[in-house]
Design a protein around this ligand. Structure first.
Ligand code: FAD
Length: 401
């Protein structure tokens, strides 16, 4: 009997790749291993509907999916080591218990990210990060007893959390060292347009300023100290200051990592192959090369889905004739506004505001006269119709008329 295909990480990437493998006709053993106690669930709702209390958890597959598809789902199980020569992994219960060795024919790594913290946040009650459903429930459980929250970091998760906490009635301040919210992803000008979605709805946004301390009393945070000496009172502090790839279990495996200057994570080719035979990686933890050989690591939902399908095909040797070309996409929901980005927006590109009215906007990006991305807020049709223009070299002048 041949060894199983083993997937490490029972999140979006893990759930998609087992589904894709079965859909492509793979009938052998499949083992999906996840550290958390839950079957794969969706993370985007954690900062939105789960945090405001509309939902508890959004599972990615129906309960019977794993049994019906003969997928050996092992939750609460941690992978601690990989022996690429022996084609085995070591697993142990996430809490206590004996370790075990499992053989693989192919191994897929989709272990995602761990949120960053601040050194002075260690052990303080009232300080939160947001990556797991337990994180979201823990933050949610403190909302009713709180009045003021400070969100440190105005990336897309920080902005969404600020919106959700405001919806739940808290007074919210967002603190961000960059000159505008979401400036890393969208550039300063569009970041400021996103910032107005927040400020128009009562959130105070303080940009260009750092955090130097978290005052506390009896082990519970009471505020956020800023680099200009101001102290913002807070019952709840949420750290949205980025995440790092989960790769600790790779120590000693010899699997090549990507350089930090290109985003770090597990170095892969354009179909998810790592430097070790029969080992693949995908999703937030993986740093793939594009068709031109340029490496990057992406932390968005749609990218995981596209990579899972490519990894399943690569493992099974399926060749897709005329694959639908991919265009990078992500979205963020802040209050009732859906922000969407197609293509690769960059703060270094030229920005052309083609529509701005009633808090909604559409912006095109260009580099050297070529259209590179579209970002919209509350304008889904205007964004999505630009997909075809991003698949070919389009002169921005042709779009602006
Ligand atoms: C709060 C939040 C909101 C988001 N909102 C959006 C959005 O609006 N739009 C968008 O495009 N994207 C959004 N995303 C991003 C999107 O959810 C991620 O890109 C996606 O979940 C990544 O999937 P993944 O499989 O790579 O990792 P994950 O879904 O994180 O799964 C990784 C799993 O691996 C497990 N694991 C780690 N180490 C081990 C180990 N050693 N052994 C066993 N298991 C292990 C982890 O516990 C985890 O369950 C959001 C993410 C978060 C956290």
């Amino acid at each position: 009997m041949s060894a199983a295909i083993v997937i490490v990480g029972a999140g979006l990437g893990g759930a998609r790749v087992v589904d894709d493998l079965r859909s492509e006709g793979y009938e052998g053993d499949l083992i999906l291993i996840g550290k958390e106690d839950y079957a794969p669930y969706d993370r985007p709702p954690l900062s939105k509907s789960v945090l405001v209390g509309e939902q508890d958890r959004v599972d990615l597959k129906p309960d019977d999916f794993y049994v019906e598809n003969k997928i050996d789902l092992r939750t609460g199980t941690l992978v601690t080591a990989i022996d690429t020569a022996a084609h085995t992994i070591t697993v142990q219960p996430a809490v206590g218990g004996e370790s075990e060795t499992i053989a693989y024919s192919s191994l897929v790594l989709s272990t995602g990210l761990a949120p960053r913290s601040l050194p002075f946040a260690e052990g303080l009650a009232g300080v939160h990060v947001l990556r797991t459903v337990d994180d979201s429930h823990s933050l949610r459980s403190e909302i009713d007893g709180a009045t003021r929250a400070v969100v440190v970091g105005a990336g897309f998760i920080g902005c969404e959390v600020a919106a959700s906490l405001t919806t739940r009635g808290l007074e919210v301040t967002v603190v961000e060292p960059a000159p505008a919210p979401m400036a890393v992803a969208l550039g300063e000008k569009v970041g400021n347009m996103v910032g107005r979605i927040l400020t128009d709805r009562g959130i105070e946004v303080r940009t260009g300023i750092g955090v130097t301390g978290l005052p506390s009393e009896n082990g519970k945070v009471t505020g956020v100290e800023l680099s200009d000496g101001t102290v913002l009172p807070a019952d709840i502090v949420v750290l949205g200051i980025g995440s790092t790839p989960v790769i600790d279990y790779l120590d000693g495996s010899g699997i090549e990592l990507a350089d930090r200057t290109v985003g770090g994570g597990i170095a892969c080719d354009s179909e998810g192959r790592t430097s070790a035979p029969d080992v693949y990686a995908l999703g937030d933890v993986a740093n793939w090369k594009d068709a031109a050989g340029v490496p990057s690591r992406v932390e968005h939902w749609n990218n995981v889905v596209e990579q899972a399908s490519k990894v399943a095909n690569a493992i099974l040797g399926v060749v897709v004739e005329n694959p639908r070309p991919a265009v990078a996409y992500f979205w963020s929901d802040q209050f009732e506004v859906k922000i969407q980005a197609l293509g690769h927006p960059s703060g270094e590109d030229d920005v052309h505001v083609v529509l701005e009215e009633d808090g909604k906007f559409v912006v095109y990006y260009s580099r050297d006269g070529i259209f590179t991305a579209v970002v919209g807020a509350g304008k889904p049709a205007a964004v999505m119709k630009m997909r075809a223009k991003l698949l070919v070299q389009t002169q921005i002048s042709d779009l602006l008329g």
